[in-house]
Each structure stands twice: as structure tokens, then as C-alpha cells.
Design a protein around this ligand. Sequence first.
Ligand SMILES: [Zn+2]
Length: 180
Amino acid sequence: MADLQNLIERNRQFADQYEGNLSIIPRFSTMVFTCVDARIDPAHFLGLGLGDALVFRNAGARVTNDVELELGILWTLASRLSGGALPSLALAIIQHTDCGYERLANPELQQALSRNLGVDKAEFGALANADHPETIRKDIERLHRSPLVPNELVVSGHLYNVTDGLLQEVVAPAPLQSGT
Ligand SMILES: [Zn+2]
């Protein structure tokens, strides 16, 4: 509760300085998809301000069914907001070093999670990102195959280093239709 009170107090301070009337259309056409890790907020390491970019996050920054669906929805919304034109959206997938999901590659942890959650342990192995370049490439390939994600979407892959704060390119930006 003390944490929540603290957060609510921070919000009051934020609202005191807040200037509204931001456009629903972000300044940048590049969307950021990254992990929920508390060390890697894109507002900090990419310098994003309010209204700059669409940001979505999940644990591990792995492409799941939900991510595919969200991308399909966002693409359609973007098209409608621009009067039916083809959106010029791009997606930057950003995994990071020392990610909690690297640990999902551990068979003992997979076994424990399977017991606790009643989910097949293979599911956890598939979500592991111990080999970041490999899983980023796999996820881009998955987007390429997805019927929900438009092939015009430009996608790139990156690895953020939690030690030095630097972003490294793993996969150069390219439209999904160009194949990976
Ligand atoms: Zn992570």
C-alpha cells in the first residue's frame, strides 16, 4: 500500500505540470516493443517523451499470439486515422541482456512452472530468450508468417545492454514481405 500511495503522490505532481491536448497520432512512426523489466523503460533509454511513440511491452519481449493481434489492430487503426492510406509504421523489437526470461531455458525451472501453472513445460522453453539474436530472428520470422500482421510492416531487432545502456542492432530494418 505504501508503494501505491507513493505512486499516486507522484501522479499528483506529474498532473500539476501536465499539458494535455496531445495528438493520438504519435510523432514517430516507429513502434517500440520491449520487455517489462524495470531497468529498461524506453522513456529513458530512447529518450521518448509523451506523444512520441507507441510502446508495448511484455515479459521477455517475445512475439506471442497477443502481440500479433495487437499489431494487426494497430495497423488497422493507423490506416483509419490516416484516412485509409497505407500506414508507414515500423516496429523495433528490443530484447535486453540479463532478461528474466533467459532463465526459462532452464529445464528445472520449466518443470517447476509446469507444476505450478498446469501448463506444458515446452511452452516455457519456447518463450525463453537465452539466445537473444536467435529468438529475435525467430520472432521476426513468426511475424512474417502471421496472417494478422501486414507484410508492409518494417521490422528491426535490437539488443539493449543493461550494463552500459547501449542498444545494438541485431536485425536491420526491413519490410516483413522481404523475408528474413
Ligand atoms: Zn526482460
